[in-house]
Design a protein around this ligand. Structure first.
Ligand code: HAM
Length: 417
C-alpha cells in the first residue's frame, strides 16, 4: 500500500461540520460591510513578488522570511499573497478606480499564505475578512473602519475584545522621531537583541515589537512617537478619537503599537481577544497614505483592516450551528421504481423543496432509517399502489396519489400558507 498523504503542515481542511459557524461569520461581515457601501473584490492568489517587496516592505518579517515565492515557467518570480492590502491597491490602480467617487470602499474574504511556525491560531494558509477604503484622508474614514471591525466582532460574539489605537504620523514627521529613537537605541545597543541591533538603521520602530526582555526594558524608556507627532498628524489622530468617542467605541491609546508592514502611516489599530492564547490578534489595520505611490500610482491615501476568520472562530462563543433542513426524502418500495423516484425528487426540487433521495441502493427499511438520520420532515414512498407520504414526526402515512403534483398538493395541505 502507498503511504497515506496528509495536508501540508500549518494548513487545515474546512470540513462540512465547520461551515455553519463559519458561514455565520462570513455572512455577518458581508451584511455589515455591504450595508456601509463596501463592495466585494477578489484578487489573484499569486502576484508578482515585487508587489509585496515594494508594498509590504523589504525589511519586514513577511517579506524576509514568510513568503511562498517561486519562479513560474516563464522565469518570473511570483508569490502566494501573504496579505490583501497591496493586491487591492494594485487592482485599484490597474482598473482606474481613481476616476470613481472617492473613497472607493472594497472588502474581501480570501485566503492568504505565510510561512510562519504553525501553532494554535497561526497557520500557513488562513482566511481573512478585510476592508479597504482608498482615496480619502478624512479622519472619518479611519473612524468608520474601526467602527465596522468593532461591530462585526461584537455581532459574531468574539469574547474579551480589546481595541488598541495609535498613530505613526506621516513619513516626513516620522523622520525626526526616527532619529531620536535611533539615538536611544544606539545608547543602549549592548542590551538589545541581535535582530533589533541589525535593524537600527533600516527599521528602528520594529524594536517596539520585540519579545526580547533586554530590548523590552530599553523600549520602556524610549521616546514615544505619539509625543512627537506633527501638528497635522496630531490633529488627525484627535479627530479620529473624537469620532470613536462619539460613537461609543471603547479603545485604548497604545503609544507603542507597531504593525508588521511598512506601509502604515498615521492611524493604526489592532484588536485582540482575551479568549486566545499567544496569537491573540484578531484583526488589525491602519492608514497607508504612501502605498499607492510606492506601487507607481499618484499620491492616494488609503486605510483598511483585516481580521482572521480562524481566530474569530476560536474567540467567538455561541455561534449557532443550524441543522440542515430536509423537507422531503424520496424512497422507493419497488425494485423498478428508481426513475419514478428520481423524477419525483427532481420536480419537488424545482418546486423549491429541500429534497434528498436514496443514493446507495438501500432496502425500504434502510431508506426510512436514512431519512430519519437526515432529519427529513416527510418521506415520499413510491409503491405499487401509488405514492404515500409519511409524516416523520407523527409517524402517520397515507397514499396521496400517483403523481408529483399530488404529493405537492398533499404537502401544501399540511403546511397551509
Ligand atoms: P495582519 O495583522 O498581518 O494585517 O493580519 C490581520 C489578521 O489576520 C490578524 O489579526 C490575524 O487575525 C490574521 N492572521 C495573520 N496571520 C495569520 C496566520 N498566520 N494564521 C492565522 N491568522 C492570521 C494584514 O494582513 C493587513 N493586510 C491588514 C490591513 C488591511 N491593513 C490595512 N488594510
Amino acid at each position: 500500500m502507498s503511504e497515506r498523504l496528509q495536508a501540508p503542515r500549518g494548513t487545515s481542511d474546512v470540513l462540512p461540520a465547520d461551515w455553519p459557524a463559519r458561514r455565520v461569520v462570513e455572512e455577518t461581515a458581508r451584511r455589515i460591510l455591504e450595508a456601509a457601501g463596501y463592495r466585494r473584490i477578489e484578487t489573484p492568489v499569486f502576484e508578482a513578488t515585487e508587489l509585496f517587496a515594494r508594498g509590504v516592505g523589504e525589511s519586514t518579517d513577511i517579506v524576509q522570511k514568510e513568503m511562498y515565492t517561486f519562479e513560474d515557467m516563464g522565469g518570473r518570480s511570483v508569490t502566494l499573497r501573504p496579505e490583501g492590502t497591496a493586491p487591492v491597491c494594485r487592482a485599484y490602480l490597474e482598473h482606474g478606480m481613481q476616476t470613481l467617487a472617492q473613497p472607493v470602499k472594497l472588502w474581501y474574504l480570501s485566503s492568504f499564505f505565510r510561512q510562519e511556525k504553525p501553532q494554535a491560531g497561526r497557520y500557513r494558509q488562513f482566511w481573512q475578512i478585510g476592508a479597504e477604503a482608498i482615496g480619502s484622508d478624512d479622519p472619518a474614514v479611519d473612524a468608520e473602519l474601526v467602527l465596522l471591525l468593532h461591530t462585526i466582532l461584537a455581532e459574531v460574539g468574539v469574547r474579551g475584545v480589546r481595541l488598541r489605537l495609535g498613530s505613526l504620523g506621516s513619513p516626513e514627521g516620522r523622520l525626526v522621531y526616527r532619529g531620536l529613537l535611533q539615538d536611544h537605541l544606539r545608547a543602549h545597543e549592548a542590551e538589545l537583541s541581535g535582530e533589533v541591533r541589525a535593524r537600527i538603521d533600516l527599521n528602528p520602530l520594529r524594536a517596539f515589537d520585540s519579545d526580547h526582555p533586554g530590548t523590552q526594558r530599553v523600549m520602556q524608556s524610549a521616546p514615544r512617537l505619539l509625543d512627537h507627532l506633527s501638528p497635522d498628524d496630531a490633529e488627525h489622530f484627535a479627530a479620529v478619537r473624537a469620532m470613536l468617542d462619539a460613537a461609543g467605541v471603547p479603545y485604548e491609546v497604545d503609544p507603542s503599537l507597531v504593525r508588521g508592514m511598512d506601509y502604515y502611516t498615521r492611524t493604526v489599530f489592532e484588536t485582540t481577544s482575551d479568549a486566545l492564547g499567544a496569537q491573540s490578534g484578531v484583526g488589525g489595520g491602519g492608514r497607508y497614505d504612501g502605498l499607492i505611490e510606492m506601487l507607481g500610482g499618484p499620491p492616494t491615501p488609503g486605510n483598511g483592516w483585516a481580521a482572521g476568520i480562524e481566530r474569530i472562530l476560536l474567540a467567538a462563543e455561541g455561534l449557532p450551528a443550524p441543522v440542515p433542513v430536509v423537507d422531503l426524502f424520496v424512497a422507493s418500495a419497488k425494485d423498478d421504481g428508481r426513475e419514478g423516484a428520481f423524477a419525483l425528487a427532481t420536480e419537488a426540487r424545482r418546486a423549491g423543496l429541500a429534497v434528498q433521495q436514496e443514493l446507495a441502493g438501500r432496502s425500504l427499511k434502510g431508506q426510512l432509517k436514512q431519512a430519519d438520520r437526515l432529519g427529513a420532515r416527510y418521506v415520499a414512498i413510491l409503491g405499487d399502489e401509488g405514492i404515500s407520504l409519511k409524516d416523520m414526526e407523527s409517524g402517520e402515512q397515507e397514499v396521496v396519489g400517483s403523481s408529483s403534483a399530488a404529493v405537492a398538493r398533499a404537502l401544501k395541505g399540511r403546511h397551509p400558507g
